[in-house]
Design a binder for this molecule. Structure first.
Ligand code: U2P
Length: 246
């Protein structure tokens, strides 16, 4: 009997020490639609958070990044699930990370997005990132944004219009533009669970994501140039919103 009591005490102590899954909210696979999130990488590279991570390929590697894949977010019509419980530990294999780096150039981002959003898709890491790539590659980046070598100042509507023109199936209610301080942050495009384009939900209401008339798109090389400190001062995010992004 004493042995049993000791075993129970030891088990209780171990479970208390075991890492608990990050506040699981929502159930894996239960959601209404997906938001595909494309990030204007130069805006992220202009933030103090990114500048503190100079060793990462996204902002200081050889390749200049423009729109990158931020993530694929399972959404409710209003709100979203996050860090869902999964039967398997949410582990993203090293090889899969390597394969994703061309469009998602940060290991930290890849792992973070799977843990926070991928787990709620009900998909395993391979299927989640395969789906993410498929949707990302299905969106045509407008020619105007493929080579941005000087600061561009546009309205969110102009950015949206360029995407609508480049992607004839995309309709205004399926896309939203988010600002990041004075800069363009990310672009959200909505898909049904059937992976077909659909109208976004309340989460992507344009007024909510960016109500500025004008937003700045820092040039693609800005993340590597000497003036990035100045850019961070002028247009970068100051509150470190991105700090816990990855
Ligand atoms: O907008 C700031 C951060 O909040 C998280 N977010 C926002 C909207 C939404 O529909 N879903 C969502 O998760 C994002 O956090 P991240 O995935 O970057 O950690 C977003 O960056």
């Amino acid at each position: 009997m004493k042995v049993l009591a000791r075993l129970i005490t030891a088990w209780l102590a171990l479970t208390a020490l075991a890492p608990t899954p990050a506040s699981a909210e929502g159930r894996a696979g239960e959601f209404d639609y997906y938001a595909l999130v494309l990030n204007w990488s130069p805006s992220y590279c202009a933030t103090p958070a990114a500048q503190g991570r100079r060793g990462e390929p996204q902002c200081s590697g050889d390749r200049p990044y423009s729109f990158i894949l931020h993530g694929l977010w399972p959404q409710y019509e209003r709100g979203w699930p996050s860090s869902c419980q999964t039967s398997e530990r949410p582990w993203v294999p090293e090889e899969l990370i390597r394969q994703m780096l061309d469009i998602m150039p940060s290991k930290r981002l890849i792992i973070h997005e799977y843990r926070k959003h991928g787990t709620c898709s009900g998909l395993n890491p391979q299927d989640y990132f395969r789906t993410s790539r498929q949707l990302f590659e299905g969106i045509k980046i407008p020619a105007r944004f493929q080579t941005v070598d000087a600061y561009l100042t546009l309205s969110p509507e102009e950015v949206e219009r360029e995407f609508l023109q480049a992607n004839p199936d995309l309709k205004p209610e399926m896309i939203s533009i988010a600002c990041k301080g004075r800069n363009l942050g990310d672009l959200r495009i909505c898909f049904g669970r059937d992976l077909k384009l659909r109208s976004c939900g309340a989460n992507e209401r344009q007024e909510k994501l960016c109500s500025s008339d004008k937003i700045v798109m820092p040039p693609v090389r800005a993340g590597r140039s000497r003036d990035q400190g100045e850019n961070a001062e002028n247009g970068g995010e100051r509150d470190g919103e991105n700090d816990d992004r990855y």
